[in-house]
Design a protein around this ligand. Structure first.
Ligand code: BV8
Length: 244
């Protein structure tokens, strides 16, 4: 990677008062959490899109919950990595910093990030399909599969946004407002193909933000990025922090 890009990214961030970060599964890869589209993104013979949908849950709630139980067991053993920790640190030193994540693994709050928008929900929350009540559930493993609401006995579902489902409109509204208001958007570890998350950086760029991308691979966003750093977030973010 071009040795000049790290100081350039640090200089842009140092001068910025309003920064928005958008993260995807890639920032958790070095913590051991499988990404969706990487080589380890499969479970049994299924792809995430096959299981993370209301149709899959209606058809076979037990299978979908076996997948989430497997992911919860795995994520329970994962810790935030230097990428998560650097973003949590920057929230304290950059005047106006907000983190928008597509991830449901809960590693950003675990690292200390507080000004956080979880676009797609959180794997440690469940929702009653009967009345929509949301509660924390950190049972690893789950006591029963599929889990049932202790109040009414209806099925519980992950409090997660599946493919084909609307995101929480208040959360989406805040994410687009933050994208329009920021001077710099830092896009870390996302394949930039799932919408509406993938449109946030384009929206930010149209509003005049500088786009910094961190990803070992190029993505559809790369041509729109002002600075594209090719490498793992857990290494690159601390290198930028050292230049702060
Ligand atoms: C909706 C929760 C509307 C589940 C997730 C055509 C065009 C536009 C949109 C669509 C379309 N066809 C269908 C749609 C809609 C669909 C969509 O965008 N589909 C895609 C596949 C085309 N979107 C939706 O359905 C959304 N809802 O649009 O509703 C609507 C309107 C009316 C009525 C009803 C509905 C809902 C999308 C949310 C789905 N839920 N997650 C769960 O986790 O169980 S999405 C899931 O995949 C993730 O949350 C994430 O958002 C998404 C993409 O994953 P990434 O995070 O990017 O991870 P990925 O594996 O893809 O990439 C990892 C990246 O990291 C790679 O680039 C890799 O190079 C990099 N990396 C690897 N290692 C590292 C690294 N980077 C840094 N450091 C490293 N070490």
């Amino acid at each position: 990677m071009d040795g000049e890009l790290i100081p350039k990214a640090a200089d842009i961030l140092r001068k910025a008062k309003r920064v928005a970060a958008l993260t995807g599964a890639g920032i958790s890869a070095e913590s051991g959490v499988p990404t969706f589209r990487g080589k380890d993104g499969l479970w049994r013979q299924f792809r995430a899109e096959d299981l993370a949908s209301p149709e899959a849950f209606a058809r076979d709630p037990k299978l979908v919950w076996e997948w989430y139980d497997w992911r919860r067991r795995l994520i329970a053993g994962c810790a935030p990595n230097p990428g998560h920790n650097t973003l949590a640190k920057w929230e304290k030193v950059i005047p106006d910093f907000i983190l928008i994540t597509q991830n449901v693994d809960g590693l950003h709050p675990l690292a200390g990030t507080t000004n956080l928008l979880e676009l797609h929900g959180n794997i440690w929350k469940v929702r009653c399909v009967n009345d929509g009540a949301v509660s924390d559930n950190r049972d690893v493993p789950l006591r029963e599969i599929p889990p049932r609401c202790p109040d009414c006995g209806a099925l519980l579902r992950p409090h997660i946004v599946w493919f084909g489902e609307m995101l929480d409109q208040a959360v989406v509204g805040r994410a687009f407002a933050a994208s329009a208001a920021c001077e710099v958007m830092l896009v870390v570890g996302t394949s930039a193909i799932v919408h509406p998350a993938a449109s946030l950086p384009l929206y930010a760029a149209e509003a005049g933000a500088v786009i910094i991308e961190i990803n070992p691979d190029p993505t559809p966003l790369t041509p729109h990025a002002d600075v594209s750093l090719r490498g793992p977030a857990g290494e690159i973010l601390p290198l930028i922090d050292r230049e702060f």
